[in-house]
Write a protein of this length. Structure first.
Length: 77
């Protein structure tokens, strides 16, 4: 199961689906699901979002260092 986020602006609930991310983030903080899914919270059916923050490891250090490490991770994944 993979965690995704509803793309309905009034909902944005998090739920799990049986789909893995089909593309890299390439510097973006989110990518869409390949398949359409129905949000269990609001019933909105669409290709929702995988968020990089849900997948990246936890980094330690100063705020600036953490931000740089997160940006590097997003570029590489």
């Amino acid at each position: 199961m993979t965690k995704i986020h509803c793309n309905n602006t009034n909902c944005q609930a998090t739920f799990e689906v049986d789909e893995s991310r089909s593309s890299s983030f390439f510097g973006s903080s989110a990518v869409r699901t390949k398949e359409f899914h129905t949000c269990p919270n609001c019933g909105h059916t669409d290709s929702h979002w995988f968020y990089a923050i849900d997948e990246m490891p936890i980094f330690e250090g100063s705020e600036g260092k953490i931000r740089r490490l997160q940006n590097d991770w997003i570029e590489e994944n």
